[in-house]
Design a protein around this ligand. Structure first.
Ligand code: NAP
Length: 489
């Protein structure tokens, strides 16, 4: 492949989304000499998931020094796991430092995107028309809140909102607060709220395994050392990375001894840290640890044993003006109801209409489930590339590392256009079908396929994730196999 850094031309690129991946893309495009690009952002600010989620307790359960751009280390992270506001501030600082902001058109979503005569034509929500050679969808994964299908939801008389639409005008002190769900979000909300509200009900449909973690504050001395000694920071990052790779390698093989260690740690956490036998049984999942996305929490069990807190395991029958009525007939009276019910995980760029060559509609191509070659490129959608697209590595590790490797892969594909090797490039149908078939077969051996319900599963029950090691992913991303692509023009 040609060294694209040494040539220039005027490839026009549209990036959709100014979250973690969009900001990264802009920085990398500039680094490679591409200036003719624009980022469309539906909101009035950067930040993606870290803008949308502002719930109490919001944090990243990937260690902060790993959830950091490789080229922009942050010696000032306050503790092992950074809070949402701290992460948001980091992205804002990076976007300003690298002058990404000036490339963003805010308050413009893209409802329509169409490949016509070798060019991507887009129409924004304000009616603005633009066109480009290349579209990069940096639209995130979990951004469409899932509205729970519970009868009477709209009859609730108090304040009710989804966790990703937190209403900060609602006073919580002394109130009766109910949270529906037991995913990572609900667990973080629980730990933040139990001792601040009058009464806290956690409505649990499915119990969760909880991996104990230590969240340690970095001392001023440590931060100074990270600031002055780049090697110390690199060493820390490498150390955390190794731990995370261990986890990522374990979950892909349900029978691995590493997986057994994780399950033992979760079981011991439950046994040792929940005192009351009845509560312990309520909190004991009936599936294997890691099957659902594992909860990482230093203090969930302590929080849920607070005198204010109650775990409600009877199913939700309906929502009434006064609260939640459970199947056992009891009305759980509430002032505030938080729906921590997750996201529609298979939307990706949709609801944008994306029409590829000859008007082929992405919705039709994905009518069974979303697929893409190496999660990035789709046959007949030339010069259209996705970051954190379908079936990529979304396990418990840093999506920043994933996006960085994907952007470098995409840059090499765009390099083919820039170098005049072709005008249109997209994965070919055979490579995509072969990839999807071996991916799905491998995914069935992972812990995610051991008999639980989770957002990792596609509608056929197959884990929609990268089922191999992170190393294999990074190797694949290092250099595209051009024989897997159709190049035209
Ligand atoms: P989630 O993991 O999908 O959890 C949704 C919860 O809502 C589940 O407990 C689900 O129960 C429950 N639920 C959904 N519909 C329901 C209904 N009709 N009645 C009762 N319960 C219902 O969503 P999330 O907690 O927002 O997390 C989503 C993902 O975001 C995480 O897996 C993670 O990838 C990411 N996240 C990451 C962090 C981080 O620190 N990095 C923090 C928060 C979120 P069932 O289990 O029975 O379906």
């Amino acid at each position: 492949m040609k060294n694209e850094k040494s040539t220039t031309n005027n490839v026009r690129i549209i990036v959709i989304g100014a979250g973690m991946a969009g900001i990264l893309t802009a920085i990398r495009l500039r680094e490679y000499g591409y200036e003719n690009f624009v980022i469309y952002e539906k909101s009035d600010r950067i930040g993606g998931t870290w803008r949308e989620n502002t719930y109490p307790g919001l944090a990243c359960d990937v260690p902060a020094h790993l959830y950091t751009y490789s080229f922009e280390p942050n010696p000032d992270w306050s503790s092992t796991f950074a809070t949402g506001p701290e992460i948001y501030a980091y992205f804002e600082r990076v976007a300003k430092k690298y002058k990404v902001i000036e490339k963003i058109r805010f308050n413009e979503s893209i409802p329509h995107c169409e490949f016509v005569d070798g060019t991507w034509k887009i129409r924004t929500s304000t009616g603005f028309l633009d066109e480009a050679d290349v579209v990069i969808a940096a639209t995130g994964v979990l951004h469409h809140p899932k509205v729970a299908d519970i009868p009477g939801l709209d009859t609730f008389a108090g304040a009710c909102f989804h966790s990703a639409r937190w209403d900060h005008n609602v006073e919580l002190e002394g109130k009766r607060v109910g949270v529906v769900g037991t995913g990572s979000t609900a667990i973080q909300i629980t730990t933040a709220l139990v001792d601040k509200v009058g009464h806290f009900d956690l409505f649990q449909r499915t119990a969760q395994w909880v991996m104990p973690i230590k969240d340690v504050k970095y001392s001023e001395e440590e931060k100074t050392a990270f600031r002055t000694d780049a090697q110390a920071l690199d060493a820390l990052r490498a150390h955390i990375d190794k731990d995370f790779q261990h986890f990522a390698n374990a979950v892909i093989d349900a029978d691995s001894p590493e997986m057994k260690q994780i399950e033992d740690a979760c079981a011991a956490n439950l046994e040792n840290n929940v005192r009351d036998a009845e509560l312990r049984e309520k909190l004991r999942p009936n599936y294997r640890a890691g099957c659902k996305r594992l909860i990482f929490s230093p203090n969930f069990y302590a929080a849920i044993q607070h005198p204010n807190a109650e775990v409600v395991t009877s199913g939700i029958k309906c929502i009434e003006p006064g609260g939640i009525r459970t199947e056992d007939g009891k009305l759980h009276e509430l002032d505030v109801l938080v729906m921590a019910t997750g996201f529609v995980a298979d939307s990706f760029i949709r609801p944008t209409t994306v029409l590829g060559r000859g008007g082929i509609n992405l919705d039709d191509v994905w009518s069974d489930h979303p697929i893409a070659y190496l999660s990035i490129s789709i046959p007949e959608f030339p010069n259209f590339f996705m970051l954190n697209g379908p079936n990529g590595p979304v396990g418990n590790f840093s999506l920043i590392q994933i996006a960085e490797s994907q952007v470098s892969f995409v840059l090499q594909l765009i390099g083919q256009i820039r170098a005049g090797e072709c005008r249109e490039i997209s994965a070919n149908a055979k490579a995509t079908a072969d990839f999807e078939s071996i991916r799905a077969a491998a995914a069935k051996k992972s812990i995610w396929a051991t008999g639980c319900n989770s957002w990792y599963l596609d509608k056929n029950g197959v884990p929609a994730s990268w089922p191999w090691t992170p190393s294999r992913f990074f190797e694949e991303m290092a250099s595209p196999k051009l024989e897997s692509f159709d190049q035209i023009g």
